[in-house]
Ligand binder design. Structure first.
Ligand code: ZN
Length: 319
């Protein structure tokens, strides 16, 4: 009986590989560069999967399935990547079946944000915590929803796109074509951009030194400036936390999950982020009942996606 599953996390820069045991213990991770061109990418995925099986001292016969996590949009039914914005030329690629054929092992395809949510649910901050929602705060804001142990994709495969909850009607334009999306207000990129715009508009701030040195303003620099007493940095930081909390309240109204888990570079700020988020969350939450949904920081870091991809293969083992 196969006792392990392989996870592959396809990104624009790297492809990550891992094995996951039947008892959900992650093995060693392998990371390879993402080559250019669909054929080269598929070859690299197949070769990397073979290498990670060997790296973890397993054989092909120990493997019960392969899970592939990829950025969308995806066609789940056909196992096809419709487009990968970070990989030009990667269009309508039957990634699931080509990887399965290359390895001679059944494969499943999952959206990368959903996979990260499932990874945290199985092995990280959502472990044994019932229904869980993951928000990844990076360049954009990714979402993953796990209810009753199952990843929620929606009727058309585009559910859980929590970064595109509209929280400011008529607000900032978003790349998705809507206005006022959550990610335009609390992604690390947007918080940093907003600080930059305000400094350039002439607002007084110690962050000007960063711009004058030709460096980009980062959320880390904003947090440091805020702690040193910079008013503009404090305002921008608090506003990011406010919108993030607003998103969390809306998630509670729809799903009432046990936990909302926050991931991505921004959570490196730890309590500096959590304290204002929790304060706004309490203030914005309805008063019909005290908030019971916990908000926590992810624990798997950048491995959540690859662990979750293997987890999706594990989950579908009897299907
Ligand atoms: Zn949007």
């Amino acid at each position: 009986m196969p006792k392990h599953y392989v996870g592959i996390d396809l990104g624009g820069t790297y492809i990550k590989f891992i094995t996951l045991s039947q008892s959900l213990k992650p093995g060693k991770v392998l990371q390879l560069d993402t080559p250019r061109g669909a054929d080269a990418v598929i070859d690299q995925m197949v070769a990397g999967a073979r290498q990670v099986i060997e790296l973890n001292k397993l054989t092909r016969r120990d493997i019960g399935g392969v899970g592939v996590g990829a950025p969308g949009p995806l066609d789940f039914k056909r196992g096809v990547v419709i487009e990968m914005p970070n990989l030009p030329g990667f269009r309508n690629v039957a990634i699931r079946d080509r990887v399965a054929r290359g390895l001679g092992i059944r494969a499943v395809l999952e959206n990368d944000a959903n996979a990260a949510g499932f990874g945290e649910y199985l092995c990280g901050a959502g472990k044994h915590k019932g229904d869980m929602v993951l928000l990844t705060l990076g360049t954009g804001v990714g979402g993953g929803i796990v209810i009753d142990g199952k990843v929620i994709r929606g009727a058309h495969g585009v559910g859980a796109e929590l970064g595109h909850l509209i929280i400011v009607p008529g607000g900032e334009p978003c790349g998705c074509g809507q206005r006022g999306c959550l990610e335009r207000y609390c992604s690390a990129t947007f918080i940093a951009q907003r600080a930059g715009k305000l400094v350039k508009s002439g607002r007084r701030s110690t962050l000007k030194k960063v711009l004058d040195a030709g460096e980009p303003i980062t959320t880390k620099a904003i947090n440091q400036a805020r702690k040193a007493g910079d008013k503009l940095a404090a305002e921008v930081w608090d506003q990011g936390a406010y919108y993030l909390a607003l998103g969390c309240v809306n998630i509670c109204r729809v799903l009432d999950p046990d936990r909302i888990v926050l991931a991505g570079g921004l959570v490196n700020a730890g309590r500096d982020l959590m304290a204002p988020v929790l304060r706004h969350f309490k203030a914005l939450h309805w008063k019909l009942a005290t908030p019971k949904t916990e908000i926590a920081i992810a624990t798997l870091g950048s491995d959540a996606g690859v662990i979750g991809a293997a987890g999706v293969a594990w989950y579908s083992r009897n299907v």
